[in-house]
Ligand binder design. Structure first.
Ligand SMILES: [Fe+2]
Ligand SMILES: [Fe+2]
Length: 186
């Protein structure tokens, strides 16, 4: 009984946490740091997309990268709105995971021949790794925002999450449509 009362008191304390207390909580700091990590990652992706576009062989894949470049600019702008809604500064913290994924993408370009479908197949693989990383991160951060009652952040993160999912689906579509078949024939 005493434990129950203690846990009720704990829940009550959480519910009446002031916005200042919330801002200083470890979880809030963790959430903001993860947003900064994602902000760095999105900016790194934005730098690489024109290179991936230039390296791609098929027009469809080139167009896909060009489209996602402008969408990525929107993702960055939305993250800036998220920081603003939280009263936090928009800044990046180096994301080792995204750096590694993009590095792998660069070596795929180096290891495949120019104008080959094998290169396109490799670029799709690299791009889907980027999208899956983004989907995992936006998905989790959206849930964090929801639980902390950051409605604006939840909405913005959800919008980008949907776009990352759609990009991943269109990359799968391209791979299934023709690129892998032609790569096998090479
Ligand atoms: Fe993105
Ligand atoms: Fe993306």
């Amino acid at each position: 009984m005493e434990r129950l009362l203690q846990s009720n008191a704990y829940i009550k304390k959480q519910n009446i946490m002031s916005s200042e207390e919330m801002k200083n909580s470890d979880f809030h700091k963790f959430f903001v740091d993860e947003l900064k990590d994602l902000y760095w990652a999105e900016n790194a992706v934005l730098k690489e997309l024109p290179k991936m576009q230039a390296a791609a062989t098929s027009t469809d894949l080139k167009e896909g990268f060009a489209k996602h470049e402008s969408e990525t600019k929107l993702h960055i702008a939305r993250l800036e709105q998220v920081f603003e809604s939280l009263g936090e500064k928009a800044e990046g913290i180096k994301c080792d995971a995204m750096e590694g994924i993009l590095k792998e993408g660069k070596s795929i370009i180096e290891d495949t021949s120019k104008d080959s479908m094998t290169r396109d197949a490799g670029l799709i693989l690299a791009a889907q790794k980027v999208e899956h990383y983004e989907i995992a991160t936006y998905g989790t951060l959206k849930v964090f925002a929801k639980h902390m009652g950051h409605e604006e952040a939840e909405k913005l993160l959800g919008e980008t999450l949907d776009n990352e999912k759609a990009t991943n689906a269109s990359l799968t579509g391209l791979a299934e449509k023709f690129i892998n078949e032609q790569a096998v024939a090479e």
